[in-house]
Design a protein around this ligand. Sequence first.
Ligand code: DC
Length: 228
Amino acid sequence: MTTDDAYVIAIDGPSGSGKGSLALAVARELGFHLLDSGAIYRLLALKAIEQQLDLDDEDQVVALLDDFDIRFEAGEELSIPILDGRNVAAELRREKTGDAASVVARHPAVRARLLELQRGFFRPPGLVADGRDMGTTVFPDARFKFFLYASPEVRAQRRYKQLINMELSANIADLQAEIEERDARDRNRSASPLKPAEDALIVDSSLMDLAQVTELVLSHIRETERYD
Ligand code: DC
């Protein structure tokens, strides 16, 4: 594959739909780079929490981007997020950070400032980008666009199993309410709301496991390439 052949695969969807695991599996299979755009919003949210800022204050949050020192180091399984020189993988995964990310991500000025940073992840041989607006705003010319859906009930059950496996306590009804609240915030904001791009293939993963969804996406890519 030459440099000119490099392209973007955009994978968007609501939280807990499994798009992160799908993006990782597709990137590994194709040898592509990976952009976890949610991690960038989480890093910004974490910095805002640590500085005890008001997350709803757009000016305060956007000012953090003047000195936003983040990078991703190669880890054994997943890449390791580094904020101001510190490994913050554990803090980033917390529900509280995800929720705060969804709040800071509502600010249009924040989204505008993060555009170039995200686009900078595109390098040969190609990029798998996962988030909420990869196919609509960040990479509107992506060669492939997928929108991964799963019902709130199914996402709450998956999250419940993950937490129980980690020996943490959990309540399915609370998890589903949190998921629906985050969906509503991500969907109803004015700047780049969560919605499928017009040319996205919508994949309902409610009744499929990760291996089946990965196979569906990879075979769509391979079949399209064969006839292009
Ligand atoms: O994918 P995630 O759960 O790590 O994302 C955390 C929050 O960040 C999500 O609720 C909304 C926001 N986000 C966004 O607005 N746009 C993106 N491209 C990725 C994430």
